[in-house]
Design a binder for this molecule. Structure first.
Ligand code: HAM
Length: 410
């Protein structure tokens, strides 16, 4: 028997419903915020990710699904969405025309990580990217959009906020941090020892207890910020406060990908990052496009699906059936009409009532409509709410209004 590859999953049943609901909810809110859908390929040249995400990141140095195709091109299954969207933005010359573009996307990402809870090798992200606007209101809007999505899904998180500064701020900070880390090198864990020369920032989010204690005395990015970067970061915080978005400042929040500058943020629950993002104002020019500011975020759809409860509205399913073979055509036509507004399961077979009720619960329906001979004569359905057990007869002419009311009342 063939088995699924490690770290990959089949998505069906309740989990599929949850993931679909997350995408629908996030897409609806992104559309309200002026974003449009984009889809880029899952395969891109390896160079795109090396250059964009950065050689020093774990994602590129350890986790890429990289291989040569039949023409010996080195290609990679995308480990994240931003680099591909930036490539598309430049390839379609939106940088040259100084366009403002706001995109959302969703789909599979691939990272060869050690599989564990919340960490898959093929996982799904919903992401947004905004090009051509550099303004604290835009930064705050994007954080507010992330907050709205999580709120709508009923997930309470902590928002962590930091800035990596602009221009040379980060470069100067890295020099100072590296000096500090080299002084303490012998006390750091092996991982940190190995990576501080490649990217000293990575030591800041090391989970090792010793490293954490040492880093308490590390220099902080705030002392290296230019007045403009400081001012912008301050403005973002004020806009968030005005909009009643709680956050905590975390000077050690650096994110795992190398393209970030200025504001970075993560929505975290129980140590697990559900949604993360930030500015990447240098990335378009890094890819040889015209200098264009960019900002965005990505959220892990499986990580959210592990947490959310589908609300009753999204579960609403009507089961429509008959006790008599000659009425199948009639309930079929009514079921099709109802499908314009409701989620409906139509049973094509005559069965007795208790068999239909069993079937209805098997398919996950919560509303039940049945027509037998008596109901046919009276132009009505026998209705049962399978959650509340309420039973009654409803005239066919009242059916739409009744079902709509029942749905809205949930
Ligand atoms: P990221 O933080 O690497 O950012 O990933 C975004 C989200 O994807 C994470 O917060 C997490 O929820 C989910 N995720 C990451 N790795 C895994 C995994 N192995 N298994 C399950 N879920 C995972 C990015 O990818 C950036 N492109 C986000 C961005 C967009 N920044 C600016 N624009």
């Amino acid at each position: 028997m063939y088995k699924i590859l490690r770290g990959m999953s089949d998505i069906f049943g309740e989990r599929a419903k949850k993931m679909d609901y997350i995408v629908q909810t996030a897409s609806r809110l992104a559309l309200n915020f002026g974003y449009e859908y984009i889809e880029t390929p899952k395969l891109e040249s390896s160079e795109l990710f090396r250059r964009g995400v950065g050689d020093s990141s774990d994602v590129v140095s350890k986790e890429m699904y990289e291989f040569s195709d039949k023409s010996n091109n080195l290609i990679t299954l995308r480990p994240e969405g931003t680099a591909g969207v930036v490539r598309s933005f430049i390839q379609n010359k939106f940088d040259k025309s100084k366009s403002i573009k706001k995109y959302f996307y969703y789909g599979s990402m691939f990272r060869y990580e050690r599989p564990q809870k919340g960490r898959l090798r093929e996982f799904h992200q919903f992401g947004i990217e905004c090009f051509g606007i550099k303004n604290p209101y835009e930064d705050a809007s994007i954080i507010i959009l992330g907050n709205e999505i999580l709120k709508e899904l009923g997930i309470g998180t902590t928002l962590r906020l930091n800035t990596l500064g602009s221009g040379d701020d980060l470069k100067n900070y890295k020099i100072s941090l590296l000096k500090f880390l080299n002084q303490k090198k012998e006390f750091l864990c092996d991982d940190c020892k190995n990576r501080i020369d490649l990217n000293p920032l990575r030591a800041l989010d090391c989970k090792n207890k010793n490293c954490k204690a040492i880093l308490k005395d590390a220099p902080l990015i705030y002392d290296f910020l230019s007045p403009e970067a400081k001012g912008e970061f301050q403005s973002i915080q004020e806009i968030l406060k005005d909009n009643k978005i709680d956050f905590i400042l975390d000077p050690f929040l650096v994110r795992g990908l190398d393209y970030y500058s200025d504001v970075v943020f993560e929505f975290v629950l129980d140590e697990l990052t559900l949604l993360g993002g930030g500015r990447y104002d240098k990335l378009v020019s890094e890819f040889k496009g015209e200098d264009t500011p960019g900002i965005g975020f990505g959220l892990g759809i499986e990580r959210l699906a592990d947490i959310i409860n589908l609300n009753e509205k999204s579960k609403n399913l009507i089961y429509i059936c008959t006790l008599n073979e000659y009425l199948v055509g009639e309930i079929f036509n009514i079921g099709i009409k109802l499908r314009e507004n409701f989620k409906v399961f139509i049973s094509y077979e005559e069965k007795n009532l208790s068999k239909h009720l069993k079937n209805a619960s098997k398919v996950g329906a919560n509303k039940f409509l049945c027509m037998g001979e008596d109901e046919k004569k009276a132009d009505e359905f026998w209705y049962k709410n399978l959650d509340t057990k309420e039973e009654r007869n409803i005239k066919i002419s009242d059916l739409y209004n009744f079902l709509k009311r029942a749905r809205d009342e949930i």
